[in-house]
Design a binder for this molecule. Structure first.
Ligand SMILES: [Zn+2]
Length: 138
């Protein structure tokens, strides 16, 4: 995605803008903060520290998020010698399970298809299915 950062040169108070193309899975604010922090930590003689005034996402159309998993059960569930946690994505609601001590979440079978890889595609697909179901009921 394309982001625009508004930056102030602290010494002079002058402001300028800079445009960056960054990976879609990055957080624009974090990215910009890190950039400015790094700049300020590696100042060359004569350079003034900078301050980040704001970040705008210019092109957000193809941003896709990986699921943001949260555990939904309090205690780990044990069934048939397997222990797992039930997980849900806080962004799109896709559900899955995390087995044992692994950090990998396996999506539940109804969300197994590749279309459910990202929150945006999953949300679109769920909406489509819901509309189809509603139509069938009418
Ligand atoms: Zn998601």
């Amino acid at each position: 995605m394309k982001i625009k950062m508004e930056i102030e040169i602290i010494k002079t108070g002058s402001k300028f803008e800079e445009t960056y193309e960054i990976e879609n899975n990055l957080n624009p604010n974090e990215y910009a903060e890190n950039l400015i922090t790094n700049f300020n930590h590696t100042l060359r003689p004569g350079e003034s520290p900078r301050k980040l005034l704001g970040v705008i996402v210019l092109d957000n159309s193809d941003v896709k998020h990986k699921h943001d998993w949260r555990k939904t059960n309090l205690a780990t569930i044990t069934r048939g010698g397997m222990s797992y946690d039930k997980m849900i994505c806080t962004r799109c609601g896709v559900t899955g399970k995390r087995y044992g001590f692994s950090s990998v979440v396996k999506r539940d079978s109804k969300y197994k298809a590749k279309i459910y890889d990202t929150c945006e595609d999953a949300t679109k697909q769920m909406k489509k299915l819901r509309e189809r179901r509603n139509k069938a009921n009418n």
